[in-house]
Design a protein around this ligand. Structure first.
Ligand SMILES: [Fe+2]
Ligand SMILES: [Fe+2]
Length: 271
């Protein structure tokens, strides 16, 4: 069975910058690869309604079912404390993996949830308060991700969801999907990129990685969020996949079809 991995398509933003929708070309690529299923690790677009619109359009044009978990952009809202409502909308959609694992044959399960960040990647000398004030200056979630609770508490909820789902599928090989970076080695301090160093605390949580390291039945880990194509790497007995499309201005070429090809990966499993 072949699963095509994508993330961070940012369809709304890329549509605006390119002057056309990226969906027809993504759908054409999916038809060409002809996977059994598509997995998108968040940041399809801003807000749940738009994400759902793009997901349905992509499914329709490609003819392949898609599984989705929200990214931080997916739950953006301009209303106070309403990000959980955006999250719920996405959770209730047929594409959602949240509490709705994709069981593949007798041996495999794709499970996932949004994930979040808890400042565990901050520099050692930084206090929590410094992270909070840097979030306000450098990170747009401070204006649009409104959960009505601290980031650590959102991360706690996500960890609980991951624990429950991992325990429920202990007898299967697991493909784990979340939007955020679970491992510290993917969040190095940069010697020259000051902005990156400021936003590292909002990249993910090492507690997600700790949980995955304690879960030997996890065979594949998929994430996005960082718009750097780390690719697929071996980590002990796991494969770790990071294949974001990102924004037009971050691409190496001006060729959308080429970028989609470069920002995707196929997992083959024996079901
Ligand atoms: Fe993104
Ligand atoms: Fe993101």
């Amino acid at each position: 069975m072949r699963l095509l991995i994508l993330s961070d398509l940012h369809c709304d933003n890329n549509h605006q910058r390119l002057g056309r929708s990226i969906i027809p070309e993504v759908a054409a690529y999916i038809r060409e690869v002809a996977p059994d299923h598509v997995i998108v690790a968040g940041d399809m677009a801003g807000g749940a309604k738009r994400c759902i619109q793009y997901i349905e359009e992509l499914e329709q044009l490609s003819g392949v079912r898609l599984s989705y978990i929200p990214g931080n952009h997916s739950i953006w809202t301009d209303k106070l404390n309403d990000s959980w409502k955006e999250y719920e909308q996405l959770r209730n959609h047929h594409s959602s993996l949240i509490g709705n694992p994709l069981l593949l044959g007798e041996k495999w399960a794709v499970i996932g949830d949004m994930g979040w960040y808890d400042y565990s990647y901050r520099e050692e000398s930084w206090t929590r308060e410094e992270c909070v004030s840097r979030k306000e200056s450098y990170w747009r979630d401070s204006a649009f991700a409104k959960f009505g609770m601290d980031d650590e508490a959102v991360t706690d909820r996500m960890l609980e969801s991951f624990r429950t789902q991992l325990a429920a599928h202990r007898d299967r090989n697991v493909i784990f999907v979340n939007h955020f970076i679970p491992y510290r080695d993917y969040v190095p301090i940069s010697p020259h990129n000051k902005v990156w160093n400021m936003i590292r605390p909002f990249m993910g949580s090492s507690r997600i990685g700790d949980l995955l390291d304690e879960s030997p039945h996890v065979r594949h880990v998929i994430f996005g969020h960082v718009h750097w194509r780390f690719g697929s790497k071996r980590r002990g007995d796991q494969w770790v996949h990071c294949h974001p499309l990102g924004y037009v201005y971050e691409w190496k070429t001006e060729d959308l079809a080429q970028e989609i090809r470069d920002a995707s990966h196929v997992i083959e499993i024996d079901v």
